[in-house]
Design a protein around this ligand. Structure first.
Ligand code: CAA
Length: 241
């Protein structure tokens, strides 16, 4: 197939499952990460997927990183904007820094990455942009005013860009995972997770990263060419749009 896929935050959590699933489907995959060198090295050793360290919140760093990826693998055909962080606190305790860090990574990161590959996708008349939003961007979540705002912004970004990309053969879609068994979710206080969150999930369990990865592989495929501007929810029945 020879297509190149880039997964931000692609060496851990949902991103790692996405990177592996895309590799399995035949893509040349590049995974980016922000800080955890040890996890990235382990991921590369186990999967053979190359990892690239840069901050998706920094436009210049994204440009330089994508240029390195293009030199190694070729121009990016599939971009999965997955990198995300949490800085949870009730709003009265949320600092400007907690707000800024989450917006920079989870919302501005989509601009910084997509803007740099968009021209190439337009020129080649093919592209797939898949944005990993969240159930909490759809429904809002107490303790996550920053995260919910960014993830809701990701959905607006998806819908606007889908309209611009359609005639150039570029589809832009979002996935809204619910609570998935990753380090991010496991970092939630055990009592909050078991007493408040899991009882709200009708299927009665957390999701698995692979359950999100399979959606990405489908949206990236030629068969999904008529799907654009969509939001796919995968949340165990916790919230219906
Ligand atoms: N709605 C309304 N009020 C709530 C509430 C809710 N959902 N949750 C908590 N409160 C209230 C509490 O009852 C409490 O009220 P009192 O002071 O009157 O007792 C008050 O808010 C403070 O609650 P906590 O004791 O929990 O406050 P804290 O400062 O210890 O912790 C918190 C705050 C860190 C936000 C914690 O509540 C928490 O971790 N909540 C879960 C947030 C969450 O779901 N994060 C998702 C992370 S995973 C992710 O983001 C991935 C994804 O995409 C799904």
């Amino acid at each position: 197939m020879g297509r190149v896929a880039l997964v931000t935050g692609g060496s851990r959590g949902i991103g790692a499952a996405i990177s592996s699933a895309l590799k399995e489907a035949g893509y040349a995959v590049a995974a980016t990460y922000a800080g955890n060198d040890e996890a990235a090295a382990k991921f590369t050793k186990e999967t053979g997927i190359r990892t690239y360290k840069f901050d998706v919140g920094d436009y210049e760093a994204c440009g330089a990183g994508i240029a390195r990826i293009a030199a190694d693998l070729g121009p990016v055909d599939v971009l999965v904007n997955n990198a995300g962080i949490t800085r949870d606190a009730m709003f009265h305790k949320m600092t400007p820094q907690m707000w800024k860090e989450v917006i920079d990574t989870n919302l501005t990161g989509l601009f910084n990455m997509t803007h740099q590959v968009w021209g190439g996708m337009r020129d080649r008349k093919f592209g797939r942009v898949i944005n990993i939003s969240s159930i909490n961007g759809q429904k809002g979540q107490a303790g996550q005013a920053n995260y919910s705002a960014a993830k809701a912004g990701d959905l607006g970004f998806t819908k606007a860009l889908a309209q611009e990309g359609a005639r150039a053969g570029i589809t832009v879609n979002a996935i809204c995972p619910g609570y998935i068994a990753t380090e991010m979710v496991k970092a939630i206080d055990e009592k909050v997770l078991t007493e408040r969150i899991i009882p709200q999930i009708p299927v009665g369990r957390l999701g698995e990263p692979e359950e999100i990865a399979r959606i990405v592989v489908f949206l990236a495929s030629d068969e999904a060419g008529f799907i654009t501007g969509s939001t796919v929810s995968a949340n165990g029945g916790q919230f219906f749009v």
